[in-house]
Design a binder for this molecule. Structure first.
Ligand SMILES: [Zn+2]
Length: 376
């Protein structure tokens, strides 16, 4: 049964709405960026022991392939969300050139296409990639260029979301957004997001000028909020005062039935990442993660990996683990996948085409669409 479910989730066309570019830096690419050459497959440590200069002029510390893997990929629960966010430090340090940004974007879309993700949204904070001298415009143009190319090469659709940071002043985030909007993003820039350590910066409403600027620029709006099980009040405040189109995480809403009703009524989708939240020590396991509760209360949800390399899994595996431990069957997970297309930051024609494609694929697959496969 386990193999059947894994194969089913691998084969089904999927949408992934919550995914960070700097959480997708593969170990072999990290070594290439550090050493200027591909890792040596024959060397026991992958050959990742050299330490030339990084793009910002500083030297990287020598590390073995295995040490680098351990530094990038989480393989057990961490103590806090802050510890998980610390895993982004090295990727951000390495992704400071156009070449590096293009490379990680290509790697990400290739891996997603291989996992049958048909549509994804890539988010990242351009301001964190300017230490090597790139401005926000060039950062956005590099990622957009690579996205366009990779989408054509691998047969996948994507849109971009630029992220403002909670620890940056609102005027800095507004400035980033304006520069991003001026860049030649090839029609792919679709939304703005706010991210960063929530415990240290609990009130997102201080970033209202950033949210207003996103709306003025005609962008969709999402923000990271409410990962903690006890964060229902923060999510309610965010819904009522910021009124985002979607919320990244927001699983804490499950503790409050009236908040669930509010999210359902307003159609605000929670882009959940079960593994990432479990790794951050916020939930004990998949049975503890409240996706089933939220779904059955009518809250729009989607399922994503957050960071495919840092969290160390594909979207198919995320679905499988959710099914295995999260009290949801394949038909419910398929319904979540299909409905998530209603909230993507893409044009209506793209939504319609993807929905038609997904429905056509699932027609007659009785585990996903039990009603459709019944004889009339
Ligand atoms: Zn995230």
């Amino acid at each position: 049964m386990a193999d059947f479910l894994r194969d089913l989730f691998r084969a089904m066309p999927k949408a992934e709405l919550h995914m960070h570019l700097d959480g997708a830096l593969e170990v072999k690419t990290a070594i290439e960026l550090m050493t200027g050459r591909a890792p040596d497959a024959k060397a026991p440590d992958g050959g990742g022991t050299e330490c030339p200069k990084n793009a910002a002029g500083g030297a990287f510390r020598a590390q073995s392939y295995e040490a680098l893997y351990r530094r990038l990929v989480i393989d057990g629960p961490l103590a806090t969300q802050a510890a998980l966010l610390g895993r982004y430090d090295l990727p951000i340090e390495l992704l400071q050139s156009e070449e590096a940004l293009e490379r990680v974007t290509d790697d990400l879309l290739r891996a997603k296409a291989a996992d049958r993700v048909r549509y994804c949204e890539i988010r990242w904070a351009p301001a964190l990639h300017c230490a090597g001298g790139l401005g926000v415009r060039r950062v956005v143009e590099s990622v957009a260029r690579a996205t366009k190319r990779a989408c054509a090469r691998y047969g996948i659709l994507a849109r971009l979301i630029v992220v403002g940071m909670r620890f940056h002043a609102p005027r800095e985030n507004v400035s980033m957004l304006r520069q991003a909007a001026e860049a030649d993003a090839r029609g792919l820039l679709a939304a703005a997001d706010l991210a960063g350590p929530e415990a240290a910066h609990p009130d997102p409403t201080v970033q209202q000028p950033f949210f207003d600027a996103a709306r003025r620029l005609g962008l969709g709006l999402t923000l990271h909020c409410g990962e903690l099980p006890s964060s229902a009040d923060a999510i309610r405040r965010c819904v009522l005062r910021v009124a985002p189109d979607r919320i990244a995480h927001g699983s804490g809403a499950a503790a409050d039935e009236s908040l669930c009703a509010l999210l359902a009524e307003r159609g605000i989708r929670l882009d959940l990442c079960p593994t990432s939240n479990i790794q951050a020590g916020l939930y004990a396991d998949y049975a503890d993660f409240p996706v089933a509760t939220l779904f059955r209360r009518g809250v729009p949800v989607s399922i994503s990996t957050d960071s495919p390399v840092i969290s160390g899994l594909t979207l198919s595996e995320e679905y499988y683990r959710t099914a295995a431990g999260g009290r949801l069957g394949p038909a419910e997970l398929w319904a979540i996948n299909l409905a998530s297309l209603d909230s993507i930051f893409a044009e209506d024609a793209v939504k319609r085409a993807l929905k038609a494609e997904f429905r056509a694929w699932a027609h007659g697959v009785s585990e996903l669409c039990p009603d459709a496969s019944r004889p009339d």
